[in-house]
Design a binder for this molecule. Sequence first.
Ligand SMILES: O=C(O)CCC(=O)C(=O)O
Ligand SMILES: [Fe+2]
Length: 403
Amino acid sequence: MSRYNRPGNRYGAGNSVSKVDDTRSVWKPKAKINDGSLDSASGKSDSKIKHTDVDRRTDWKPKAEIDESSDSASFSQNDRSTVPGESSFDDSAFGVETFKQTLNELNEYNGFKKVKQYGDKSPEPTLNASDDDQRPKHHVFDICPKKSSSGFKLKPSLLAMNREKRNQIKQSTKGQNIEILGPGIVLLKGYISFDDQISIVKTCRDLGIGVGGFYQPGYNSGTKLHLQMMCLGKNWDPDTHTYTELRSSDNSKPPGIPEKFSDMVKKAIHDSNEFIRGNSGSLNEGKVVPSMSPDICIVNFYTKTGRLGLHQDKDESEKSLKKGLPVVSFSIGDSAEFLYGETRAIDEADKVTLESGDVLIFGGKSRLIYHGVSSIIPDTAPTSLMEASDMRPGRLNLTFRMY
Ligand SMILES: O=C(O)CCC(=O)C(=O)O
Ligand SMILES: [Fe+2]
């Protein structure tokens, strides 16, 4: 039974979240655009989402309702957080010993083993200059901990490569696999090529272990989010809900967005619009996704217990939100159950599985949808990707926006 359906969690019993509320015209869609249903999909009404009525600072606030004694399995709207001090490692399902071992492995990789093991009560050590081996000494979260320092492993086993080739052929004979999930919500299935997925992992890994790299964000209260995060372009501060030039926890400057990433984002928006126009003609000009050049990317890494509560992305400039400049999301690694809806009511939200290589775009009328990740589906990442990249089990997600 998945975490998502576990009785007693706040989803209540059963799979109610995947139901479509037919009374709400905006969400009625769900149908593929090429079945001629775009008109109904596009929403006869204006979205009910209001751009002005929500306090930008309160929506993601930590929750007094979090039960510190629980295994943090419950997921609620507003729950973008975890219990104080909780690690993003899976210490419940994994077992504490495995958890310690994993941490020790990570410490070892990072050059800390000589000085301190997890569980060792001795005082915090300092590193000597002689310990220097080029690797950063600040706390790092390495999404590819086994990667050798001599370079990225590019060749998966022959078996895995053949499997990947077969998948790619299947994909290309299927043709374009684009779905319109709502007005301004486009899902491009398997859009990111295998090679590009590897290259994204590699780039995020390298940026993630450097200055301004992955960290587990939290709030002033000490409550942490259930993921590792890194911002590119500008820093997003979960506590103040603002974008800043420097990250307040360590004064680091976020790395820039690699040009290749920006190009992929622009192409995904372009391809979505070509598809919309091609399938629904000029009548649907108003339904295309506004184009943009991203200057912010939030990179999240979820382990198998990672999740992200329902929220709106509404900390970008008013101008950007008003224009409906889209959020473009890349998924790599394990699949995720992604919830989205017009309101913050979880049981009214729709659910879609985002798989490795998928791109999801939400903009235009749906720019302010509530969305979140209710669970990661373990061991669903393509084996060949994991072999080629050495990415640790979990899911990498990149969301691009324009301030
Ligand atoms: O991981 C995802 O698919 C969503 C991430 C997200 O919504 C965010 O970072 O704001
Ligand atoms: Fe978001």
